[in-house]
Design a protein around this ligand. Structure first.
Ligand code: 5AD
Ligand code: SF4
Length: 461
């Protein structure tokens, strides 16, 4: 979500006459921080970085610093109190105001703070500067109506707002016309999509409609909530040729008692039931997840249930998190918080176990032929061997050897020869390469990229 918001910020700034600068080059005229508040260490990182920038600001008094995103929404005036050299603080619903706020701060020589409580226009109407030429995010909803007791997101992103289906599909078609061949539908809880509009089965319908967009090779989505994951969605995934066989579905815990206390409305059985149905309908699907360890009240037995569920679900990958106490959430008030050393010790076991299961899953792919969408990364040469990378249909990262340099967005069919915990390797050149229009677009962009490189972020005179 934040990555996509950052693309919007970049798009808005470009439209206002700024140009992006590479992070490793000299200081820019404007620095924008798009922050996350899901876990506490993001807070600490921001204030640390702002502290370091205080000295830079003395050396470059015209440099402007802007802070947006969830942490800005949460801390509001606190950011300006702790770092008065910040020029602009803008909330999660104020992305569109950034260029104006920068201008106002410059002219009035005064910090600007703009944070509204709720969204008026759906943010996708704002311009966006994509990080990738062939892959794009498409927002289908923002906000979340759930009340998971550990989660700060609903307080900062507001209630769920769904976007009109026609608008979504128009954007998808426009992206395809622009050379995109992979989209990821984005929402805090994608399969609740349509509830606000009063349409049943709206998410499954949307997947099917994406299947009819010509030239769209791959459709992905993130993230679904197990509560709303209906059979109809599984059927739509299986029937729609370009919906990829990958499901990232947050589990959080394998213990029913903890799920209840987290106010996650499903139980371990229901979760495993979905996994089973997905594997039946899409035998080549990979399933990935998010897991929190050390939630208040988690006993060793609860934790063991999480490990058991991981073994049963056979996750291809899991993002694992130590529980982080967030202000204003119900879980922060619970009196059975787990001591840090216990959380840390369980985290080490959880991480090692998920890695082991993930590796087993990946080893099972050796010998299999997979289709890889070549990534934007340039590829590298070791001992005169060219190596390129991309994602398989099931989202596994695949590094493969190639005789010629393939174009980002093209599709290579390779045979997997090795598995590592986080990726697959194909040591022989592709069995086939399918050129796509994305590759053509990439080639013509290459021919004219010199103008895209990276002056400092300077307002148009
Ligand atoms: N502590 C730890 N992890 C959290 N997540 C969300 N809130 C917290 C928290 N307070 C994790 C969940 C979610 C992912 C995006 O971040 O696993 O699915
Ligand atoms: Fe947070 Fe739960 Fe909503 Fe996800 S579904 S954003 S974890 S409240």
């Amino acid at each position: 979500m934040n990555a996509h918001d950052s693309e919007r910020l970049a798009g808005l700034l470009e439209e206002a006459g700024f140009q992006a600068q590479k992070p490793e080059s000299a200081l820019a005229d404007v620095m924008v921080f798009n922050t996350c508040a899901v876990r506490e260490n993001a807070d600490q990182k921001l204030y640390g970085t702002l502290g370091m920038l205080a000295a830079e600001k003395l050396n470059h008094p015209t440099m402007q610093i802007a802070v947006g995103g969830c942490l800005a929404q949460k801390d509001r005036g606190e950011i300006l109190r702790r770092a008065p050299w910040v020029d602009v603080v803008f909330g999660t619903h104020n992305v569109g105001s950034l260029p104006l706020l920068l201008e106002r701060a410059r002219i009035q020589r005064e910090s600007q703070l703009e944070i509204v409580e709720s969204l008026e226009i759906f943010p996708s109407t704002l311009p966006s500067k994509r990080d990738s030429l062939h892959s794009a995010w498409v927002s289908i909803s923002v906000g979340c109506n759930n009340t998971c007791t550990f989660c700060i997101v609903p307080a900062l992103r507001g209630v769920e707002k769904d976007r009109d289906k026609k608008e979504i599909l128009d954007e998808v078609r426009a992206l395809v016309a622009d050379g995109v061949n992979e989209i990821t539908l984005l929402g805090q809880n994608v399969n609740a999509y349509g509830v606000e509009l009063g349409v049943r089965g709206a998410f499954a319908d949307l997947l099917r409609a994406c299947g009819e967009v010509e030239g769209l090779e791959r459709v992905r989505f993130t993230s679904p909530h197990p509560r709303d994951f209906t059979d109809d969605v599984i059927a739509a995934m299986a029937e729609t040729h370009n919906v990829m066989p990958h499901l990232h579905m947050p589990l959080q815990s394998g213990s029913d008692a903890i799920l209840k206390s987290m106010r996650r409305s499903y139980r371990a059985d229901r979760y495993l039931g979905i996994v089973e149905k997905v594997r039946d309908a899409l035998p080549l699907a990979s399933i990935t997840t998010d897991i929190i360890v050390g939630f208040p009240g988690e006993s060793e037995a609860d934790f063991q249930q999480t490990l058991d569920l991981i073994a049963q679900a056979k996750f291809e990958m899991a993002f694992t998190f130590k529980y982080s106490k967030r202000p204003g959430t119900a879980a922060a008030e619970m009196d059975n918080q787990i001591p840090e050393d216990v959380v840390a010790e369980r985290y080490v076991r959880l991480h090692a176990f998920t890695e082991e299961i993930a590796w087993q899953q990946k080893k099972a792919q050796v010998g299999r032929e997979v289709e890889v969408l070549v990534s934007d990364m340039p590829g590298r040469k070791d001992d005169a061997t060219l190596r390129q990378s991309g994602r398989a249909r099931d989202f596994n990262l695949v590094h493969f050897v190639s005789e010629e340099r393939l174009r980002p967005g093209d599709i290579a069919t390779v045979t997997v020869t090795q598995a590592a915990p986080h990726h697959l390797v194909a040591e022989n050149p592709p069995n086939a390469v399918r050129r796509t229009r994305s590759g053509d677009v990439w080639e013509s962009a290459q021919a004219s990229t010199e103008t895209r490189t990276f002056l400092s972020l300077t307002p148009r005179p």
